[in-house]
Design a protein around this ligand. Structure first.
Ligand code: AMP
Length: 595
C-alpha cells in the first residue's frame, strides 16, 4: 500500500491519493500495521516476555491486536531504558527488534531535562521522507512553488558519536540530514537547500546561521520558501541577522567571508559559492537600512521577494515565538509543519492555509500503531501531586471521539511497544477515517509546589496575559522560563523573563501581579490565599541570557534544529545562569502579600 520511495514516477497526486486511501481505512490499516510490527519482531526478548510463544501466522489480525493490547503493558521511557541501554552497550541479540539497531537517536531532552536514547532505523528515515513529501504535496496545492527553486533552511545537525557498544548516536534530525533520504527529498521535491551540507553539519550553530543567511541572500531571488524544524530557529536566525547584516553585505559585495567563520570545511564550501556582487550587496543594504527603522517588520518578503511562505513547527512550545515570527514574515503566510517526535512521526498538516492557532495534524496510520489514553481533568479538590488528569483505558485510533483529550501511545517499527509519549492531544475532527489532532501540551506537570498543578500550557497562557501589558510599551518578551522554588518557605513560583527594550518598573510590577492572578488552577489559588504558596516572583534577566542557555544545551550535544527552551527548570546549571543574570526582581501583590 505504501508508495515506492524509489520510483521516479511518484507525483504529488500519487502520494495524496495514497494518503486518502490509508486515511479512509485507518482502523483496518492500523490493525495491519500492528500485525506487521509483531510479525517482524515477535521473536524479540521484549515481545516474547509479554506475548510468550505465539503463532502469529495462524492468528487473525483482530485477535492479534486484542491479544497484544491485553498482554503487553503500557510503558514509559524509563521502563524501556534498560533494554535500550543494553543495545547502546553493544548487545546485538534481538532485544527490541529482530534486525539489529545500528543508530540511536537522542530526543532533544530540553523538555524533559535530559536526553533520551531512542532506536533509529531505515524505517525512521523513510517515514521522514514520506511525511515531508506528503506535506509538500498538500502545501503545493495552495501555495505552488517553482520546481528547481531553492529553500532557505535553518537546519543544523549536531555531533554524531559512538556509544560504548559502537553504535552511532545523534539527534534524529542529524541522522536524517546524513541519510540518503535527505538527498532523495531534494530531488523528489525539486527544491534545493541554499546551504551545502558542510554548513548544516558544521558543528557550530552561530557560524552555520551566519552562512545560512549569507547564502540565502546570495540566492535571494530563487528562494521559494523559508523553513526550519522548530520556529525558534527562524526567530533566532533573524535576531542574529539584525546584528550581522552589515557584515553579510560586505561579504556579498567583496566575495569574501567574515573571519567569524573559522570551521575550515564551512569556509571552503561557502567560498566556492561566493563571488563579488556589489549591486546585490547595495540593494540589500538599502533595504536593511529601511528595515532597521521599521524594527525589521516584513524582513522576509522584503529580502526574499519570491518566497511564498514560512514553514516550521509553530505549535505547542513554539507558540510564544509566533509574535516575533509574524513581525519578520509580514504578510507572508505562516504554514505549520507536521507533528512528530524522535520516536515516530504522528500527523501531517493537510490544511496548510490554517493559522498556527488552528492547525491540526491528520494521523498517518501506516507509520506506527497508535493508541490513545482518554484524559479527564481531575475534579478541583483532587490532591494528586502526579498529574492534573484522570486516565481511562486506552482506545485504538478507530475509537477516538471528537473533543476528547488523550495521551498518545506508540508501538513503532523501531522497537517501542505501547510507549507513552507524554504528549496531550485533542481530537479536533477527522480526515476521511483518521483523526485530526490538536497538539495541547506535554503531559508532565511543570510547576507544582504542593497541591497546585500547572502544565506548560497553563504557564504559557499566564505569561501571555502578563506580557500583554508590555504591548503598551516599546518592549517585547524575548523568552521565558520558570522554576518552582521549594527551597525557601513558603515555596513559590519564579518566572524569568528576558525583555528587549526599556520598561518602567511599575509596568513590570504590574506584569508580575497579573501573572500571579492569572494562574487559575484551584490548588494554586487556594494555596496562595492561605499563603502556603508565596507570592510569585518575576525575575528580569539581562539580554543574552537565553542564548547562554541555548549554548549550554548545544555544548552538551543538543542540536539547534530540535531545541526547545525548557519552560520550567530545576537544573542547577541553568538556575545558576538565570540567577547570576537576574537584574531585577519583583514579588506579586496579587493576594496581598507583596514583597
Ligand atoms: P523531540 O523528539 O525531542 O524532537 O521532541 C518531540 C516533541 O516535540 C513531541 O513529543 C512534542 O511534544 C513536540 N512537537 C513535535 N512536533 C510538534 C508540533 N507540530 N507541534 C507541537 N509540538 C510538537
Amino acid at each position: 500500500m505504501e508508495p515506492s520511495l524509489n520510483s521516479n514516477g511518484c507525483h504529488d497526486y500519487d502520494i495524496i491519493r495514497w494518503f486518502e486511501e490509508v486515511a479512509e481505512n485507518a482502523g483496518f490499516v492500523q490493525t495491519q500495521t500492528l500485525r506487521r510490527i509483531i510479525e517482524l519482531n515477535f521473536n524479540t526478548e521484549y515481545l516474547r516476555k509479554w506475548l510468550g510463544d505465539i503463532k502469529v501466522q495462524d492468528m487473525d489480525s483482530t485477535a492479534l491486536e486484542a491479544l497484544y493490547t491485553s498482554l503487553v503493558p503500557l510503558a514509559s521511557h524509563a521502563d524501556l531504558e534498560p533494554y535500550i541501554q543494553r543495545i547502546a552497550d553493544g548487545d546485538s541479540s534481538p532485544i527490541l527488534t529482530q534486525e539489529p539497531i545500528s543508530l540511536l537517536s537522542l530526543s532533544s531532552g530540553t523538555t524533559e531535562g535530559r536526553q533520551k536514547y531512542v532506536p533509529f532505523t531505515r524505517h525512521s528515515a523513510q517515514t521522514t521522507l514520506q511525511i515531508f513529501r506528503l506535506a509538500a504535496a498538500h502545501r503545493s496545492r495552495i501555495y505552488p512553488i517553482r520546481a528547481g527553486g531553492r529553500i532557505l533552511e535553518f537546519i543544523y545537525s549536531s555531533r554524531q558519536f559512538k556509544t560504548k557498544g559502537g553504535l552511532t548516536a545523534g539527534t534524529a534530525t542529524t541522522h536524517y540530514y546524513e541519510s540518503e533520504e535527505f538527498k532523495i527529498k531534494q530531488k523528489k521535491t525539486k527544491s534545493f537547500t541554499c546551504s551545502p551540507k558542510e554548513i548544516i553539519s558544521g558543528g557550530d550553530y552561530k557560524q552555520s546561521t551566519y552562512c545560512h543567511l549569507l547564502l540565502g541572500l546570495v540566492f535571494c531571488d530563487e528562494v521559494e520558501f523559508i523553513t526550519s524544524t522548530f520556529a525558534y530557529s527562524i526567530v533566532q536566525a533573524f535576531t542574529t541577522f539584525e546584528e550581522v547584516w552589515k557584515d553579510i553585505c560586505r561579504d556579498i559585495k567583496d566575495g569574501t567571508l567574515s573571519s567569524r567563520i573559522t570551521v575550515p570545511s564551512m569556509r571552503k564550501a561557502v567560498l566556492e559559492v561566493l563571488s563579488p556582487n556589489p549591486s546585490l550587496a547595495l540593494t540589500i543594504e538599502k533595504k536593511c537600512n529601511e528595515l532597521e527603522s521599521l524594527d525589521w517588520f516584513s524582513v522576509i518578503p522584503k529580502l526574499w521577494p519570491n518566497a511564498k511562505y514560512v514553514y516550521s513547527i509553530m505549535t505547542g512550545s513554539m507558540q510564544p515565538y509566533l509574535k516575533k515570527l509574524r513581525r519578520y514574515a509580514g504578510n507572508l503566510p505562516l504554514v505549520s509543519a507536521d507533528y512528530g517526535s524522535t520516536e515516530s512521526w504522528i500527523g501531517v498538516n493537510v490544511d496548510p492555509s490554517f493559522t498556527p492557532e488552528n492547525v491540526t495534524f491528520a494521523v498517518i496510520p501506516t507509520f506506527s500503531y497508535f493508541e490513545f489514553i482518554p484524559l479527564y481533568r481531575q475534579n478541583q479538590e483532587s490532591n494528586s501531586a502526579i498529574d492534573d488528569f484522570m486516565e481511562a483505558e486506552p482506545v485504538p485510533l478507530s475509537q477516538v471521539k471528537i473533543g476528547q483529550e488523550y495521551e498518545v501511545v506508540l508501538t513503532t517499527f523501531t522497537g517501542l511497544y505501547r510507549y507513552k509519549l507524554g504528549d496531550v492531544v485533542e481530537v479536533a475532527g477527522f480526515y476521511k477515517g483518521t483523526p485530526k489532532l490538536n497538539f495541547i501540551c506535554r503531559r508532565k506537570l511543570i510547576l507544582t509546589v504542593n497541591i497546585d498543578k500547572n502544565t506548560e500550557k497553563d504557564l504559557q497562557l499566564v505569561v501571555e496575559r502578563g506580557s500583554q501589558l508590555l504591548s503598551k510599551t516599546k518592549a517585547e518578551l524575548v523568552d521565558f522560563t520558570s522554576h518552582a522554588d521549594v527551597k525557601n518557605q513558603p515555596g513559590h513560583y519564579k518566572i524569568y523573563w528576558e525583555i528587549k527594550g526599556e520598561v518602567e518598573e511599575d509596568v513590570l510590577r504590574e506584569c508580575c501581579r497579573e501573572m500571579d492572578a492569572a494562574f487559575v488552577d484551584h490548588g494554586y489559588v487556594v494555596s496562595r490565599r492561605a499563603n502556603s504558596i508565596g507570592p510569585l516572583e518575576l525575575c528580569i534577566v539581562e539580554s543574552g541570557t537565553f542564548k547562554k542557555i541555548l549554548d549550554h544545551f548545544v555544548g552538551n550535544g543538543a542540536a539547534l534544529s530540535q531545541f526547545k527552551t525548557p519552560r520550567c527548570t530545576s537544573n542547577e546549571v541553568l538556575l545558576r545562569i538565570l540567577n547570576v543574570c537576574t537584574i531585577k526582581r519583583f514579588r506579586s501583590t496579587a493576594y496581598g502579600y507583596g514583597g
